[in-house]
Design a protein around this ligand. Structure first.
Ligand SMILES: [Zn+2]
Length: 320
């Protein structure tokens, strides 16, 4: 069993020639996020930017690196990857590259002031009690305050080249998630992680079957068989194909458990989240638990192993 690496924050560390890892603190979740610096002919490409906490500053971090950062690449619009983009631009003057689909979702979520309310309404439809939804709104606004994405980045598409790296679509953890691939090296964002597994959740106004997307992504990575994968949290992955297969098996198992939680009596995503993740979770974790339960329920619906129903106010699921 892999032991979680000790993190030295904000000190760029060479993980292989031409690739530096920069680890930044997070106030919650895995408590850290990795960004990467990829050496190129005209300077470094910075992949992801952290949450946007004031400390440590990108100025202090990049003062330890030889040469300029000439571009910033965002793997996906989650707060701990895109939130520091504005600060990173201030420190570097570099242009930001972000996926077209990912940026449209980024703008819709972080560019609005009522996203916590909209997502709370949606969770109520999926059975979350109003009191829990209220707490989600509050914590959502606290988190959103840190996020400073960059408006109107240079939009990229899967198949594009970024300083010799190929842009690869890796949807699932986020609809528009992009990774970078060159010479058997995958810079994977949150697509492939160890020892934790990436959260695969269903969210409003998003693709309908994120676990189906992710299953295809994992199969593609196993097929691609890169030499090494650098993820946004946790350990460097030295056997990416094996890790992709292990994560796929983990979700197959969770699908079985989700199916077992269904019966003839209608149940909501909130109900099923208790079977999968336990009864006692703080609201912020319940949010991920419900989103994850829903991604598995919707996958089961697509596979013909569950039925979606509802009374117009609440969405429910039954055994197929
Ligand atoms: Zn993420």
């Amino acid at each position: 069993m892999a032991k979680l690496i000790e993190h030295t924050f904000a000190v760029p560390t060479e993980v292989e020639p031409g690739i530096l890892r920069v680890t930044l603190p997070l106030p919650s979740g895995p408590r850290h996020v990795h960004c990467f610096l990829l050496r190129g002919d005209d300077g470094w490409t910075l992949v992801d930017t952290g949450l946007g906490l004031a400390e440590p500053s990108w100025e202090d971090i990049l003062a330890q690196v030889d040469g300029p950062v000439t571009r910033i690449f965002i793997t996906h619009m989650h707060p701990d990857h895109v939130g520091g983009a504005e600060a990173a631009v201030r420190a570097t003057g570099a242009e930001v590259l972000q996926g077209r689909l990912d940026y449209s979702q980024c703008e819709r979520v972080w560019g609005s002031t009522d996203w916590p309310e909209r997502i709370a309404d949606w969770f109520v439809i999926h059975g979350v009690p109003a009191a829990v939804a209220e707490e989600l709104i509050e914590s959502g606004h606290v988190f959103a305050d840190f996020v400073r994405f960059v408006w109107n980045p240079t939009l990229v598409e899967p198949g594009d080249e970024v300083d010799g790296w190929r842009v690869v679509a890796t949807p699932g953890h986020a609809d528009g998630h992009l990774s970078l691939l060159r010479d058997g090296v995958l810079v994977a964002g949150d697509t492939l992680l160890a020892p934790i597994t990436p959260a695969i959740g269903l969210y409003p106004q998003s693709r309908p079957d994120p676990l189906g997307d992710y299953t295809e992504t994992l199969a593609a990575i196993a097929e691609l068989d890169p030499r090494v994968s650098y993820g946004g949290h946790g350990e460097t992955i030295l056997e990416p194909a094996a890790r992709a297969r292990a994560i796929a098996a983990h979700h197959d198992d969770r699908l079985d458990r989700t199916e077992a939680a269904l019966a003839a009596e209608p149940r909501t995503g909130y109900d099923v989240s208790h079977d999968l993740f336990g009864r006692t979770l703080p609201p912020i974790q319940r949010r991920f638990a419900v989103a994850e339960a829903l991604s598995h329920l919707e996958r089961l619906v697509v596979l013909g192993r569950a039925l979606r129903d509802g009374d117009g106010r609440t969405v429910t699921y039954t055994a197929a």
